[in-house]
Write a protein that binds this ligand. Structure first.
Ligand code: URA
Length: 259
């Protein structure tokens, strides 16, 4: 595979064409140890070692990053007023073509997938594919067992919209902490669902999407890159009770910390 050096750098990083020109001029770009000053030179990124401003630039067609989003960041590539999830990524991983696949509210924490794979993103977001998303919810008032029935029937949220049936459960020995599975992503959906049953959400954390669980070791604000084969877990069908059991038994730090 032979591509122009400047085009390669532009596609794999967040460097602008001007940045790349400047780095070439400052002798800060090398290919296999040789400093190059001409961006139009053809290189083979699959077999060459390319260094730009001290960073080794690897060729990757598709990238998948799991981020544990903190509160206070919006899920967007750019925002005039707010900090975005992109601000949490280091220069080593930033590139122009990545975006968050789906949105969490500014005050919601937890799992966000950032990718440049438009097809996958479409599958994650499409209501037809029914990729379930799992959240831990800290409620203002005690969980009522009748929520299980109401959510299974599909609650009507403000504005008269009926939600798809969803599963919900209380964590053991926690009056106010629940676990919920959603198959769609309406605006502020979980907050609106609990307000429809006269409760309200104090904290919300997404922990799993399809069969892809947020790694327990990923601290808030941290991210990690995952492989395409791991991403395929997203599409594996899930049993709510098993997901709940796994989170209850092995990820207690998540729900206990929510209390
Ligand atoms: N439901 C909400 O209310 N907020 C989120 O961020 C995700 C689901």
């Amino acid at each position: 595979m032979n591509v122009r050096l400047d085009k390669f750098l532009s596609s794999q990083t967040d460097l602008t064409r001007t940045d790349i020109k400047k780095l070439l001029w400052k002798r800060k770009i090398s290919v296999n140890g040789k400093i190059l000053r001409d961006g139009s030179i053809k290189i083979d990124p699959e077999t060459s070692e390319i260094i730009a401003d001290g960073r080794k630039i690897l060729y990757r067609d598709k990238v998948y990053i799991i981020l544990n989003k903190p509160e206070g960041f919006v899920c967007a590539t750019e925002d005039k007023h707010e900090k975005t999830v992109m601000d949490l990524l280091g220069d080593d991983i930033k590139r122009k073509d990545i975006f968050p696949a789906g949105r969490l509210d500014k005050d919601t924490t937890g799992m966000v997938l950032i990718t440049n794979d438009g097809t996958l993103s479409h599958r994650i977001l499409s209501p037809k594919k029914h990729i379930p998303k799992y959240y831990i919810v800290k409620l203002a008032e005690s969980f009522q067992e009748d929520y299980v029935r109401q959510f299974a029937e599909g609650v009507i949220i403000d504005g008269g919209e009926k939600c798809l049936p969803s599963k919900v459960k209380r964590f053991p020995d926690c009056e106010k902490t629940a676990f919920i599975e959603l198959h769609e992503g309406k605006y502020h959906q979980i907050k609106r669902m609990f307000s429809a049953v006269e409760n309200s959400v104090e904290k919300l954390c997404r922990i799993q999407m399809g069969g892809l669980l947020m790694p327990e070791k990923l601290a808030i604000g941290e991210y990690m890159e995952i492989m395409h084969k791991d991403v395929e877990n997203l599409l594996k069908s899930q049993c709510f009770e098993e997901v709940f059991r796994n989170i209850t038994e092995n990820f207690s730090s998540y729900w206990i910390n929510m209390q």
